[in-house]
Design a binder for this molecule. Structure first.
Ligand code: AR6
Length: 179
């Protein structure tokens, strides 16, 4: 599914984030930048050890929740990895939605700063961090739409959803934007 916002667009695909041919891939990292399972595991496995070496050297203090850091991409053919830290879901009263929006915004700002024409996001926080998928889709897509409508250069933002249920949740929200 593809929807245009001004000169830019949001795409939804079902698949593996580590296989995307884009300028930048967003990793679902933790605040320690310590690596882990899910998206983080798949990206580090595909990229090789240089990415973890770079995060350790350049960001020894990790990355706060709601923020992101940039590295090279090792063996991946993309130009950059942006390691974004989404919030752990704690029931919704600890600014989880704002923090999820901020993790997207920071990654999009990095894409702009590094002149990326395309960027791929996973469904941040919806796996190990247990953020409800419908609410995550609403916040991720609305924040991205807001960014694209004010960003002066064309940007393709692809959400790469692993399973059919997550794809359907994102598709429902994106569909709602064009009604
Ligand atoms: N490609 C795309 N999506 C995937 C992939 C993949 N290869 N693998 C899983 N997903 P998660 P989080 C989906 O847990 O919730 C890690 O250990 C998955 O089904 O990767 O932000 C980190 O180190 C889910 O829908 O990220 C952190 O400690 C979504 O991607 C913590 O997990 C996000 O799941 C971050 O948790």
């Amino acid at each position: 599914m593809k929807v245009h916002f001004g000169i830019s667009r949001i795409e939804l695909v079902q698949g593996d984030i580590a296989q995307q041919q884009v300028d930048a891939i967003v990793n679902a990292a933790n605040a320690q930048l310590a690596g882990g399972g899910g998206v983080d595991g798949a990206i580090h496995r595909a990229a090789g050890p240089t990415v973890m070496e770079e995060t350790r050297t350049r960001y020894p203090l990790g990355c706060p929740t709601g923020d992101a850091v940039a590295t090279g991409a090792g063996k991946l053919t993309v130009k950059f990895l942006f390691h974004a830290v989404g919030p752990i879901w704690r029931g919704g009263r600890e600014q989880e939605a704002d923090l999820l929006r901020s993790a997207h915004r920071r990654s999009l700002q990095f894409a702009a700063k590094h002149d990326c024409a395309s960027i791929a996001f996973p469904a941040l926080s919806t796996g190990a961090y247990r953020f409800p998928v419908d609410l995550a889709a609403e916040n991720a897509l609305d924040e991205t739409r807001t960014f694209l409508l004010t960003h002066p250069d064309p940007l393709i933002v692809r959400f790469v959803l692993f399973d059919a249920g997550t794809y359907a949740a994102f598709a429902r929200v994106l569909d709602g934007f064009i009604q």
